[in-house]
Design a protein around this ligand. Sequence first.
Ligand SMILES: [Zn+2]
Length: 70
Amino acid sequence: MLIKIKCLQCNIEGSFSIADASYAGPYKCWKCGALHTISIAGNEVKSCEPLSQEDFDKQQEFDKLRDKFK
Ligand SMILES: [Zn+2]
């Protein structure tokens, strides 16, 4: 499934492919590299918020930790 997402920073529309009808997590603009937190439900973008590099790193750390404790 291909979802269209508009970058909040440069307004460029990018496509994001998801395996399921829902997704929540980071999205990176292909043009300017701006990070967003997006949530998709029922193949529709429900929310799109700017994400700072710092928060993105934190999230990555969290994912790493979670993998460790699987
Ligand atoms: Zn952008």
